[in-house]
Design a protein around this ligand. Sequence first.
Ligand SMILES: [Zn+2]
Length: 139
Amino acid sequence: MQVSKFWRELPQRYRLEGKKCVQCGKVCFPPRDICPVCNTNQMMRINLPKRGKIVTYTVMHTAPTSFEIYKPYIIALVQLEDGTYLTTQLTDCKPESVTLGMDVEAVVRKINEDGRDGIIYYSYKFRPVLNTNADKKKY
Ligand SMILES: [Zn+2]
């Protein structure tokens, strides 16, 4: 399945949806109804880029009960391609393989499971972008 099709078929809340101020251009994520810079309520919905770079990160060795199974997990500050910052959990990588400036992309992953009701919650996480050209390099 193509990536764009994958995203199109997801409910809106699973997309990286932010809001952009019509007056000053400030992008807010999570979306806000009032611009924190100029206080206007003229905010338009935008889809944020799905790729960015790791600005900083921390490895969590203790976790709330519902996150026990992810220990240790990595929380990263990511700067998206449009300059927007967001805090996210990294997935599909080990703490020792994370580097500053690493390219990452958004994916949808299970974040929690309500055992009693069997409800599974999904949201975005970020994972390293696999360098598909790496094995084509000539030495
Ligand atoms: Zn504004």
